[in-house]
Design a protein around this ligand. Sequence first.
Ligand SMILES: C[S@@+](CC[C@H](N)C(=O)[O-])C[C@H]1O[C@@H](n2cnc3c(N)ncnc32)[C@H](O)[C@@H]1O
Length: 265
Amino acid sequence: MLSYQHAYHAGNPADLHKHIVLAELLALLTRKARPITYMETHAGRGLYDLTAPEAVKTGEAAEGIAKLSLPDGPYASTLASVRASHGADAYPGSPLIARTLLRETDQLHLMELHSQEFAALKGALAAPNVAIHNRDGREGVLAISPPKPRKGLVLVDPSYEVKTEYADTAAFAMKLVAKWPEASILIWYPILRAGRHVELIEGLKLKFHQDEVQFQLKDGKGMRGSGLILINAPFGGEAAFEAAHRQGAPILRAIETTARFDRGR
Ligand SMILES: C[S@@+](CC[C@H](N)C(=O)[O-])C[C@H]1O[C@@H](n2cnc3c(N)ncnc32)[C@H](O)[C@@H]1O
């Protein structure tokens, strides 16, 4: 039974952390003409309305994107482009950020299990180079990997409703690296009082970059911060974290500027 709905949280500080880094990485990966493959395990609905009752109820966007004045960059240009098409209260989720920054020659595969979110995603994202799958994201991405083109990025953004998702995500990443070694993998996790994200970190027996930021959310159900793990960073990809700290200031406060963990295999 899926109860998480991202509409309550779209545009909050954790989304900004993830979305700015994602936009920076996609801009980097598309600098060369060579097409790429982009996949998401947990896509959400793609496009959010910050005046919707869900967003108003939590007020999380008011503590995030509404407070930010963004300098130029791939994230700011994507937001401007989406708002030019959908209005000033629109907020792009990760799939729409990706579709906006990617080219017609790039391939997108988006997994979303919730039938309503899946239907909304199809409505918001349909394009010839976008495949939208109504299936379990971890299982789906593994089933179609390695894809063509082999250069690419996978965003792993579970809701962590189920406690085992931290360990499951680590196990998934290990399997994905084995099946599709060229893939860069960006994993988001919440920093909660219970500290369960340690299970994710401990399960990753490989090299990765890690970035954590903290922020204040009035009713964030104990969420104190947001973390990102980047496996197999594209050349120069670590700079995406510094860009998020700069662009997200003063909402996002870096816990560590860019922590690098080399755990060996
Ligand atoms: C955190 S939200 C995604 C937000 C989106 N990545 C963004 O940044 O805009 C997580 C999504 O995963 C979906 N979901 C939950 N379990 C799933 C599963 N096993 N496979 C695929 N999607 C799932 C939920 O319905 C929800 O829409």
